[in-house]
Write a protein that binds this ligand. Structure first.
Ligand SMILES: Nc1ncnc2c1ncn2[C@@H]1O[C@H](COP(=O)(O)OP(=O)(O)OP(=O)(O)O)[C@@H](O)[C@H]1O
Length: 253
C-alpha cells in the first residue's frame, strides 16, 4: 500500500528545471531508494516532500492527505522526518542529550511544566526510550560522550536515533552512508532493515549501490528532474540497472 505519493512534481530554480513532473510512490513498510547522477533532482525531490522547498506544481500525498507545500513543522507532525547528508548533532551536547532534545516533550510547555510529577515521569520514560534506541544502534557505551567526538559513521547512527525519537512513520534520508566505511555502512543498512520490519517506511537517496542493493525493495532512477526508470524486487531492479537509458545517464555523468 502506498504511504506517500508524489504526482507530477515540478520545481525550477531560474532556468534550471530541477524537478520535471516527478512522480514516485513509496510503499508502506518498504525501503525505497532513489539514485541518479549529480544534479538529477534527488535532493530537490526530498526537500519538496519534507517541506524544505516549495513545488511550483504537482502534489505530495501522504496517507491520502494532500501535504503539498506545507511547512517542515507541519509535515513533521504527520510523521515524516528527514535526515541530512551531513549530520547536524549539537556537538557540545552528549550523545544521550542529542536524542532527548530531538523529541519536543511536555516539560517545554509552561503549563504542563508546572505539573512537575507528570513531567518527571515523562522525562524518565524519554530517557529510557533514548537509551533503548542507543542500545539498538550500538551507541549506548558512548551515551555520555560529546556528539562532536563521534566518528562520521557513529554520527550517521546518532542522526538515525534522533529521527527515531520522533516516532516517525516515514524517514527520508539523504545519503545515510556517504563517507562511512563499508563494515559500518552494512551495519547501518541492517539497522534500517530492522526498522522496516518494525513498521517504519524508508525513502533513501544513496549513491553507493554496491552496498545498498541487497537491502532495497524499490528503486527509482532520476535524470534531469525526471524519473526515467523504476522497479520493485530483485529481478526488476536488475533489469532497471541494465536498462540502456540508465546505463547511458551514468556513463554520461
Ligand atoms: N537552491 C538551488 N538554487 C539553484 N539551483 C539549484 C538549487 N538546488 C538545486 N539546484 C539545481 O537543481 C538541479 C537538481 O539538483 P539536486 O541537488 O536536486 O540534484 P541531486 O540529484 O540531488 O544531485 P547530487 O547527487 O549532486 O546531490 C541541479 O542542476 C542543481 O544545480
Amino acid at each position: 500500500m502506498a504511504l506517500l505519493r508524489t504526482e507530477n512534481l515540478s520545481k525550477s530554480f531560474g532556468a534550471v528545471r530541477a524537478l520535471d513532473n516527478a512522480s514516485i510512490t513509496v510503499d508502506e513498510h518498504a525501503l525505497t531508494l532513489i539514485i541518479g547522477p549529480n544534479g538529477s533532482g534527488k535532493s530537490t525531490l526530498i526537500n519538496v516532500i519534507s517541506g524544505f522547498l516549495k513545488a511550483d506544481s504537482g502534489k505530495v500525498v501522504f496517507e491520502g492527505k494532500d501535504i503539498t507545500n506545507k511547512s517542515p513543522n507541519e509535515i513533521y507532525s504527520y510523521g515524516i522526518v528527514r535526515t541530512f547528508q551531513t549530520p547536524q548533532p549539537l556537538k557540545e551536547m552528549t550523545v544521550l542529550e542529542n536524542l532527548l532534545i530531538a523529541e519536543r516533550h511536555v516539560g517545554e510547555n509552561i503549563r504542563t511544566a508546572l505539573n512537575y510529577k507528570k513531567w518527571l515521569r515523562q522525562e524518565e520514560e524519554l530517557v529510557e526510550r533514548a537509551y533503548g534506541l542507543l542500545k539498538f544502534l550500538k551507541l549506548d557505551h558512548l551515551w555520555d560522550h560529546k556528539a562532536g567526538s563521534l566518528s562520521g559513521g557513529q554520527m550517521k547512527l546518532l542522526e538515525i536515533g534522533r529521527a527515531l525519537m520522533t516516532n516517525p512513520k516515514l524517514i527520508v534520508m539523504d545519503e545515510p552512508i556517504a563517507g562511512v566505511a563499508p563494515g559500518l555502512a552494512h551495519e547501518i543498512f541492517n539497522k534500517l532493515v530492522e526498522l522496516k520490519k518494525q513498521g517504519i517506511t524508508l525513502l533513501i537517496i544513496e549513491h553507493r549501490l554496491d552496498i545498498v542493493l541487497k537491502y532495497i525493495d524499490y528503486l527509482y532512477v532520476m535524470f534531469n528532474g525526471r524519473v526515467i526508470a523504476e522497479g520493485r524486487g530483485e529481478k526488476e531492479i536488475e533489469r532497471v540497472l541494465s536498462d540502456p537509458k540508465v546505463v547511458e545517464v551514468y556513463i554520461g555523468d
